[in-house]
Design a protein around this ligand. Structure first.
Ligand SMILES: Cc1cc2nc3c(=O)[nH]c(=O)nc-3n(C[C@H](O)[C@H](O)[C@H](O)COP(=O)(O)OP(=O)(O)OC[C@H]3O[C@@H](n4cnc5c(N)ncnc54)[C@H](O)[C@@H]3O)c2cc1C
Length: 324
């Protein structure tokens, strides 16, 4: 039984759904990417087959270097290890679409996951199975016994909290070192733009499911007063677009959400060290598209077969904190 309030401001509903094997200005390879990325892609493909649709798309990233230094950093990194970084042979290929002065490289393979479509398909399925209660879960009404938990008219062996950034207010796990991070994006319509790739300069331009619709973002705010879209980001994103994109575009939406990020950038997976029937799957930070399938699987394997959870992700690393 899933209890979910279908909050429009959930991080997954605002995210671009990009799986990028490379992270940061130094082009470091993302944590556990060799295992996590193929696992996630296969998982989304299987889910797509189940629903007779496609959720995951292979879209390499064209990285336009914002400066000569960044071009050099890319080349140096590529010479060290070229698993995911590649030179792009035809440097003028994207001239009809973009202004760029310092060339481009390619990050491959990379993917986009169409979360909006995936989540609504899944929600419909849960409704058909009578397995969804669409309402706010009031944690004060949760009763935790030795062998089971109960909530209103539901009795279950276990409960898992997958409450995203709201997890910071969840009394069972709020002592975990969360570091919520606000991000924003514009949704634009643009005709005639090549949609085979994700394009990156200081922001990423990501093709969405609907023809000619693109996502552009994001920013990373550790301190913020509210979770609303800001004028500051709007101005920044439109000024980037105006200087970069050669095609006319129309803004159709501006959204913001809070990412369930963590201080040490690793997720929170497993069972509460003191309450064996209370579990958590959270802390996906900026990487939910790739991390969530892998760690949801680890958690279920742990539940069913007692297989271990990766120590860097297991919430038991915070046993002392959670025992306070
Ligand atoms: C602008 C932006 C861009 C992003 N881009 C990417 C990207 O390209 N790639 C990537 O991998 N990640 C990206 N992310 C991060 C990604 O969104 C998250 O890692 C991931 O979606 C988190 O998923 P979640 O299910 O843990 O949380 P959420 O998506 O927030 O889901 C939590 C759910 O719990 C529900 N809920 C919470 N509390 C309650 C309650 N008390 N009662 C009932 N329901 C409740 C909410 O309604 C929601 O449905 C981005 C995030 C943002 C904000």
């Amino acid at each position: 039984m899933v209890v979910d309030d279908d909050n429009e401001k959930a991080s997954s509903k605002v995210a671009a759904g990009v799986i990028n094997p490379v992270t940061g200005r130094r082009y470091a390879y993302t944590w556990m990417i060799d295992q996590i990325m193929p696992f996630a892609v296969q998982c989304y493909e299987e889910m797509g087959n189940y629903f007779d649709t496609q959720f995951v798309f292979h879209k390499n990233i064209i990285d336009f270097f914002p400066s000569a230094q960044m071009r050099n950093a890319f080349v140096e990194r590529l010479e060290e290890n070229d698993t995911y970084l590649h030179s792009y042979p035809d440097q003028n290929h994207f001239n009809p679409y973009f202004n760029y002065d310092f060339g481009c490289g390619e990050i491959s393979p990379a993917y986009t996951v169409h979360f909006q479509i995936l989540l609504s398909s899944w929600r419909k399925k849960l409704q058909e199975l009578n397995a969804l209660q669409e309402e706010k879960f009031d944690v004060n009404e949760l009763k935790v016994e030795e062998e089971f938990i109960s909530y209103q008219n539901i009795t279950a062996q276990k409960i898992f909290f997958c409450d995203g950034a709201d997890g910071v207010h969840n009394p069972w796990f709020q002592l975990l070192p969360y570091a919520p991070n606000k991000g924003e994006a514009l949704f634009i319509e643009c005709d005639g733009l090549n949609n085979d790739y994700i394009f990156k300069k200081s922001l990423a331009l990501v093709p969405l499911a609907q023809q000619n619709l693109y996502w552009i973002g994001s920013n990373y705010q550790w301190e913020f007063e509210n979770d609303q879209p800001s004028q500051q980001f709007f101005q920044h994103a439109t000024s980037v677009l105006n200087g970069w994109l050669k095609k006319p575009y129309r803004i159709v939406a501006h959204k913001a959400a809070v990412r369930p990020a963590t201080l040490e950038r690793r997720p929170f997976i497993g069972f509460h060290p003191q309450f064996q029937n209370i579990g958590i799957l959270n802390g996906m930070g900026t990487k939910g598209a790739s991390l969530a399938p892998f760690f949801a699987h680890q958690l279920t394997q742990h539940l069913i077969h007692g297989f271990p959870i990766a120590p860097e992700a297991n919430v038991h690393r915070f046993t002392r904190i959670l025992s306070k």
